[in-house]
Design a protein around this ligand. Structure first.
Ligand SMILES: [Zn+2]
Length: 418
């Protein structure tokens, strides 16, 4: 049956190593992503998505023709790569049928246990089918759960097992985990009016807000000279950079001291020597305007350190990364309410949560395609303790089909009927 097919899909996809590599060398950053994309394009073709293709960048596009015309074209997106934080090579998935509660030991590493104390949501999932690894790799539920859900949605529509829908577009991206998920996305080719990323945890979550994000590069220039003749001449950039880092706030504006809607300024790398030291910081806030205040704080701190360490020069350069997806959703004001309606129609609670990070949806929305995020049954991403819940994946399939049904009753443009 289709639930078993959903499980088999997921198991097939997670066993292909798609760990993202270093950004910049090639695109996508690892060959496994091309392999999985090719497999997905082939599977789409054989289920009847005639235009399914993997483009020259490894992205997979496809159209599931609908029965209803004149309604908005909806796209679904997930990413084929997995996080480089934990290896995704040789994933050995364990399937736990009818989970009976309690901690879950992982057979490949006795030190790795998925505990109910750290995963209280397990207490709600008795009787469900769970998938874990053997503890030596990540699982890749982020985001192969999303891929399996989208593939299953497509197949059920093509088999006539779903209520009538409009045209559905599918997009699988590469290198999302290293911040390059949308580098080569062609929105004209996709041709959608609204999109949903299927990349969220658990069940019944709806994410319509992400951080806005900038990257700050602080370059501290000193004067290097042989230590034997350095008196009154050397200016040590390492020491000045250390003062700069020590001057950053600690009890606020830091990831380790903030939660929910609080933003932060977070140093992530420091490298260099006596002559020049570079600090990279990520700036994060739900209010895009606050990023400028964070940048100004860094510039002020730089000037203070320049006075403290005569002869050093500190430059702060800011590069925008992504923007709160809320900021672009007004282009399609039905995107969130229709997702809510689908939950209600299925009698499910909907949990609207903000994401303290970005999604491909943040960038797609900024590019002009409104793209909220939905749950897929993934849990504990990027970790050997990662797990996924088949029942929640099945719920995601049902939810998306219901949402597509509701979209098919809408007119293409929000103001077309008024
Ligand atoms: Zn993801």
């Amino acid at each position: 049956m289709s639930r078993e097919r959903l499980l088999q899909r997921f198991l097939r996809y997670v066993q292909i190593d798609t760990t993202a590599g270093e950004p910049g060398e090639k695109y996508p950053s690892s060959d496994g992503q091309l392999l999985l994309g090719k497999m997905l394009a082939g599977e789409l073709q054989s289920m009847g998505v005639d235009d399914a293709e993997q483009d020259e960048h490894g992205l997979v596009y496809g159209t599931v023709p609908g029965k209803v015309t004149g309604c908005p074209v909806v796209a679904l997106n997930s990413h084929v790569d997995t996080s480089p934080e934990t290896t995704g090579a040789n994933v050995k998935p364990q399937v736990i049928e009818s989970y009976q509660g309690g901690d879950i030991p992982l057979p490949g590493d006795p030190s790795k246990v998925i505990s109910t104390s750290e995963n209280p949501e397990l207490n709600e999932l008795h009787g469900c089918t769970l998938i874990t690894t053997d503890g030596t790799t990540l699982l890749g539920g982020d985001d192969k759960a999303g891929i399996a859900v989208i593939m299953e949605v497509a197949q059920r529509i093509l088999e006539g097992k779903a209520s009538p829908t409009g045209t559905l577009k599918i997009l699988f991206t590469c290198d999302e985990e290293i911040g390059h998920g949308v580098d080569y996305v062609d929105l004209d080719k996709l041709g959608a009016d609204v999109c949903y990323t299927l990349d969220g945890p658990g069940a019944n979550e709806l994410n319509a807000e992400t951080f806005s994000a900038d990257l700050a590069t602080v370059t501290v220039r000193g004067v290097n000279i042989h230590p034997s003749i350095a008196k009154d001449r050397m200016v040590n950039a390492i020491k000045a950079a250390s003062l700069f880092v020590a001057g950053l706030p600690g009890d606020h504006l830091s990831p380790e001291t903030t939660e929910e809607r609080e933003g932060f300024v977070h140093p992530v790398t420091i490298q260099g020597g006596v002559g020049e030291t570079t600090i990279q910081l990520i700036l994060r806030s739900f209010e895009t305007e606050e990023l400028e205040a964070q940048a100004q704080m860094l510039r002020d701190l730089g000037q203070k350190i320049e006075k403290q360490v005569p002869g050093c020069q500190i430059n702060v350069a800011i590069k925008p990364q992504y923007r709160n997806l809320r900021d672009g959703l007004d282009k399609e004001p039905r995107a969130v309410p229709i997702a809510e309606k689908a939950h209600q129609a299925l009698g499910r609670p909907v949990h609207q949560r903000v994401i303290r990070g970005g999604t491909d949806g943040s960038q797609l929305t900024a590019m002009g395609l409104p793209t909220p995020n939905l749950s897929t049954g993934q849990h504990n991403p990027h970790s050997p303790l990662e797990w996924a819940c088949l029942d929640e994946m099945e719920q995601a399939v049902e939810l998306v089909l219901k949402m597509l049904e509701i979209w098919s009753t809408e007119l293409k443009s929000a103001d077309a009927g008024s």
